[in-house]
Each structure stands twice: as C-alpha cells, then as structure tokens.
Design a protein around this ligand. Structure first.
Ligand SMILES: Cc1ncc(COP(=O)(O)O)c(C=O)c1O
Length: 392
C-alpha cells in the first residue's frame, strides 16, 4: 500500500549507510576510531543524573504542563540572564523533546506550501527535510571558507524573494564549527527585520565556543520574529534525555504549545528535573570541558593539515572539523567531490569513521567530530596518515 507522497523524498542518507557499515565492522570485532557521531562521550552532569533518579523515587513521572514545568522554564530563563546577560522580560519559553522536535514544531508553525525558507549550506541534515515536510521550499545560502562557511547577511539577502518567509541560522554550526560574532548576528537580525522575516537560531552548541566574546545569542535581540532553539544534548551530553527548548515572544510560544499538545505533549517529566539541575549548575560544568575540547580541536586540526592534500583551520565552535580534502581526493585517484568514497576508504582501510561532507551539502570535505580522547585522536591520525601514504 502506498504511503503519503509527502514523505517520498526521505531516503536513507549516505551518512546512514556509512554508519550501518561501521556498526557491521564493529560487530565483526574491528577496532574503529569513531569521529563520525556527534554524540558527546562524557557523561551527563552528576547533579542532573541524581535529579533524574530523585524524580523517579518521588514518583514525578506523570504528564506535566505541555510546555514543561514552571521550575524548568525558570532555570532556562535564568541561564540566559546569567551566562549571556540577556534581558528575558519580553521572552517566553517552551521545553521540547530535544531540539529536533523544537525545530520541527517551528516549521509547522511558520511555513506552508510555497513558502521559501533560507537555510545555511553546509547544513545540518534535518533542516531541509523539516521545511519540506511542512510544505515549504528550502533555499540555500552558502558562506565562504574564510567565514567557516557561515552565510553572512549579504549571502542571505541575495536569496530573498517575495516568497521568502523565514531564515534559519546555526551558530555554533554543525558541520563547520563556524560561529557568528555579534556584528554578523546583528546584521542578520536587521535583515530579517527589514524584510519582515522570521529568524530562527539553532544554538544547540552554544557551550562550545573557544574564542572569547565570539558568540552572541539571538535571544539578546529585540526583534519579535526571532526564535532561539537550544538543547541539553550537546552542552550536557544528555542526548538520550531528549530535552530541548525554544525561546521567543509569548504569542508564538503559546502557539507552539498548542502544536506540542497534539504532538509529543511535554518532554518526559524525569528529564525536566534532570535538565533543570543541569541548567542551574551550568557555569561550573562547562569551563573544564571547554578547555579540553579546545585542546583537542587544535591538535586534530593541526595534525590533519600536516597530511598531504588536507586543509583544516580550527573553527571557533562546536566540536566538528570540516577539512577540505579535495586535493587528497585527486591524489588518491578520486574525483574531487567523491568524499563519500574517501570516507568509505578511511573506514575500510584505516578503521576511522568520518562523515562525507556531501551529506551536509559540502562535497570535497569530511566532517570529523573530535569527541574521543586525545590518545584515540592520535591513533586516528596515525592510521589515516599510514593509509594515505601507502596509497599515494
Ligand atoms: C545543529 C543541530 N541541531 C539540532 C540537533 C538536535 O539535537 P537534539 O538531540 O536536541 O534533538 C542536532 C543534533 O545533532 C544538531 O547537530
């Protein structure tokens, strides 16, 4: 029987195929260094874990208010006041089942058939799928390598047409690691205001910024069309707790709560308690982690750039590198956009998992997550180096 035409475009991605093959090799006992998955390896904060356990012990396991309980919402607001100095008086918040469902709900709220939505390229894979599922049309704005591929206000402006309804930006970015500075972000807010467009900021990686004063949250802006999406998945390594949120003006947050009431209902009660504890304890948590990530970022980018045909400058945020491997591809006898074949080659021959840049609309690149510990990163470099040199 035929399913809805709406989902016909959803196919298995190249990323998924490499992932499946990596799982198969692991099952067969092959030792792989996994630089593919974007899932932090550290544990969630102990305070969050205990709060989750307490919630179960206390029987705090039922439905809660659709948008999350009052204390969690308060802790999220406080986070923005304390860490980013945001005046939250004009903002409301809804907690969601991860950032993914937050972004999904936003596309359902804002877009309909024929609406164009400007997305960054390279992009995180779900943006375009979600826009299309809402009936909208993704339009890509591509940035320059010097800006770690983040599209500037100028790049975005050139894509605006009478059908444009919204802009999505992602900073710190997956897969490029780029981070907008305050001026760049303000320019995009001004552009959205001038053209009366919604501006959605996916800021899930806002704890991973390695250059002082680099990041400026869109929550600081006074433009009413702004919505900011955050998550506990990356900052607190709470991927499986499924807790994210959206900050925005009350009237939009109320509408999002209506959507959520027919979609997921509230995020799990237990996760809300754990998330609240994580947000309250955040300042002390992230500092050590950030230092560790900063060192790993410099190490891996430096070592990769030493390899023949690979160019990699360390980006200011997230935990990904997106090296340009076009020269390496041609040296190895591939076309310079066959990054999928190179990822496959590294997987089979070097036992190192990477993600082809094509999966993010950036052919000729690979995405590497510097999440394993330093020893494993060293091992990954040694293995890649040996494989590249043996085939050169
Ligand atoms: C840029 C970006 N946004 C959103 C998400 C979704 O995160 P969550 O686990 O909160 O749904 C991810 C996860 O990889 C991501 O990389």
């Amino acid at each position: 029987m035929k399913v809805a035409g709406r989902v016909e475009f959803l196919t298995k991605s190249e990323t998924q195929e490499i992932n499946d093959r990596a799982q198969e090799l692991k099952r067969k006992g092959k030792d792989l260094v996994d630089l593919g998955a974007g899932e932090p390896r550290f544990s969630e904060p102990e305070t969050a874990r205990s709060a989750g356990k307490e919630a179960i012990k206390d029987g705090y396991t039922g439905y809660t208010e659709v948008g999350g309980n009052h204390n969690l919402k308060g802790a999220i607001m406080k986070r923005y006041e304390r860490i980013f100095g945001v005046d939250t008086s004009n903002l409301a918040v809804i907690s969601t089942v991860g950032a993914k469902s937050a972004l999904f709900e936003i596309t359902q709220l804002l877009y309909e058939k024929g609406d164009e939505v400007i997305l960054p390229k390279p992009y995180w894979v779900s943006y375009s799928a979600q826009v299309r599922l809402a009936g909208g049309k993704p339009v890509y704005a591509k940035g320059e390598p010097e800006n770690h591929y983040l599209p500037t206000a100028g790049d975005i402006e050139s894509k605006i047409t009478p059908a444009t309804r919204g802009i999505l930006i992602n900073s710190p970015a997956n897969p490029s690691g780029g981070v907008y500075n305050e001026k760049q972000s303000r320019d995009i807010v001004d552009l959205a205001r001038e053209h009366e467009l919604f501006l959605v900021g996916d800021e899930c990686y806002d704890g991973f910024v390695y250059e002082k004063d680099r990041f400026w949250t869109l929550a600081s802006s006074d433009y009413e069309g702004v919505m900011v999406v955050g998550s506990t998945s990356k900052n607190f390594a709470m991927t499986g707790w499924r807790l994210g949120y959206i900050l925005g003006r009350t009237r939009y947050i109320n509408e999002l709560e209506n959507i959520q009431s027919h979609f997921t209902s509230s995020p799990p009660a237990i996760s809300q308690k754990a998330g609240e504890a994580a947000f309250r304890d955040e300042l002390t948590l992230s500092r050590n982690l950030r230092e560790e990530f900063k060192l790993k970022r410099e190490f891996l980018a430096g070592e990769l750039s030493e390899l023949p045909g690979i160019n990699c400058s360390p980006p200011p945020g997230s935990f990904y590198l997106l090296p340009d491997v076009r020269e390496a591809l041609t040296d190895l006898g591939y076309e310079n956009d066959e990054d999928g074949k190179l990822a496959r080659f590294f997987l089979e021959e070097a036992g190192v998992v990477t993600v082809p840049g094509s999966a993010f609309g950036c052919p000729g690149h690979l995405r590497l997550a510097y999440l394993p510990d330093k020893v494993r990163l060293e091992e990954a470099i040694e293995r890649i180096e040996k494989t590249v040199r043996n085939s050169g």
